[in-house]
Design a protein around this ligand. Structure first.
Ligand code: PLP
Length: 426
């Protein structure tokens, strides 16, 4: 229906009314079933009717719904923080709970700044992120993001503290005949040059998604890329912040996508899969070094939101870990993802308008091009992504098509992020 009072994102949209969920399916008011092959936006990693997640909500609301974190801590938040600290790479032993991905990224950017201030490095306020990335829609996160289309109309409001380097995208920017070694050296050199040009004493952090999600459609890094970027960061005293809001929580086959890159960053932002769509929650995992600096310094992180560490959300986060780790649902992701990738390759590998099939685990993308040989994108005026979404919904399939940005121009891709409980029949 067309909403009368709700302000939808697409104001002209005429949407079905979702009334139920059944495993990987959503059900509308007419009883039509939609296979959720994108988890909304890579959110519903355990489908739409998981019994343990439902029980977690019921049990927690019976005990305690909410307690403000300036007055109390709670059992579910303490438990979830301890488990995430144990499961995460390196010494990310402190967890700052928020309500979603943008809040997690805002927290990361501000914490990077405060960490350097408390270390006496007062000039370090600049952030380097990458073109064709997405870090959220709040102004700080949007400023860091490198999607020109999302930024365009807000440009006058975006922070001048944010700077951008190239994306790591083998399909789009690795030169013909350029080895992985040479390509990743080139990108690391670009970061090094950018830091030096800005003045290394003024740069606070480098921010990146380990596997790029919404902007480009599941673009994994070239082997060795993150290790080299991390080395450049360390050389200049710049923090490495990884945005795993979309690719984290098992989506790529390991709980944290960066585990596959062999890097332990200074901070990791997670959200989406952490609440699996059952509760809105995000988290910023923070290294001992950063936390200790604040604790021995001012003792106060100058940032916060009303719903920090919400007990209901944390209770669901614990249930998600029970399912992913305790019940070993995580182990399904890599093999089923590989099966899906093979099926996509068999079906679309030679399609004249599918330029690239890529991704990791159950986080896969198809890039659509007008010409496979030249990689020329479709004319944005065609609105291809919108048409694909509409057609798929008519067929009872939810996928996530987007017109991304390629070298400043709009391009198209389809992102697939089905729940980890998906079966052969689906
Ligand atoms: N970071 C990444 C990588 C994302 O994909 C998203 C959302 O798609 C965000 C941040 C923002 O998260 P939220 O929409 O929960 O604010």
């Amino acid at each position: 229906m067309k909403s009368r009072y709700v302000f939808p994102r697409h104001t002209k949209a005429d949407l079905p009314i979702a009334v139920g969920g059944d495993g990987p399916f959503l059900i509308d008011a007419d009883g039509k079933r939609y296979l959720d092959a994108c988890g909304g936006a890579a959110v519903s990693c355990l489908g739409h009717s998981d019994e343990k997640l439902k029980a977690a909500v019921h049990e927690q609301v019976d005990k305690l719904a909410y307690a403000h974190t300036s007055f109390f801590t709670t059992d579910p938040s303490e438990e979830l923080a301890e488990r995430l600290a144990e499961l995460s790479p390196g010494d990310l032993n402190r967890v700052y709970f928020v309500s979603g991905g943008s809040e997690a990224m805002e927290s990361a950017l501000k914490l990077a700044r405060q960490f350097h201030m408390e270390n006496g490095q007062l000039e370090r306020a600049k952030i380097i992120a990458r073109w064709q990335s997405y870090h959220g829609n709040t102004l700080g996160a949007l400023s860091a993001g490198g999607n020109r289309w999302r930024r365009a109309q807000f440009e006058p409001m975006l922070s001048p503290a944010m700077h951008h380097v190239s994306q790591c995208n083998a399909y789009r920017s690795q030169a013909a005949g350029e080895s992985d070694e040479a390509y990743t050296d080139r990108l690391a050199q670009e970061l090094d040059d950018t830091i030096q040009n800005l003045g290394s004493e003024t740069v606070a952090a480098f921010v990146a998604e380990p596997v790029v999600g919404a902007t480009m459609g599941a673009v994994p890094p070239v082997a060795g890329y993150f290790r080299k970027m991390h080395a450049v960061c360390k050389k200049h005293g710049v923090l490495l912040i990884l945005d795993e809001v979309m690719c984290g929580m098992g989506r790529t086959g390991t709980l944290f996508a960066c585990e596959q890159e062999g890097v332990a960053p200074d901070m990791i932002a997670i959200a989406k899969g952490l609440g699996a769509g059952v509760q809105p929650i995000g988290a910023l995992l923070v290294s001992d070094r950063i936390y200790d600096t604040i604790e021995t310094g001012s003792g106060f992180f100058q940032h916060g939101h009303t719903y920090l560490g919400h007990p209901m959300a944390c209770a669901v986060g614990n249930a998600v870990l029970d399912r992913l780790v305790g019940d070993d649902v995580l182990a399904r992701v890599a093999p089923i993802g590989e099966q899906l990738r093979q099926a996509l390759t068999a079906r679309f590998g030679n399609h004249p308008n599918v330029g690239d099939i890529r991704g990791r685990g159950l986080f896969l993308g198809l890039e659509l091009v007008a010409d496979r040989g030249t990689k020329e994108p479709f004319d944005p005026k065609l609105g291809l992504a919108g048409k694909i979404k509409k057609r798929a919904m008519a067929e009872g399939l939810m996928c996530y098509p987007m017109g991304g940005t390629i070298d400043g121009e709009r391009g198209d891709h389809v992102l697939l992020a089905p729940p980890f409980i998906i079966e052969d029949e689906h």
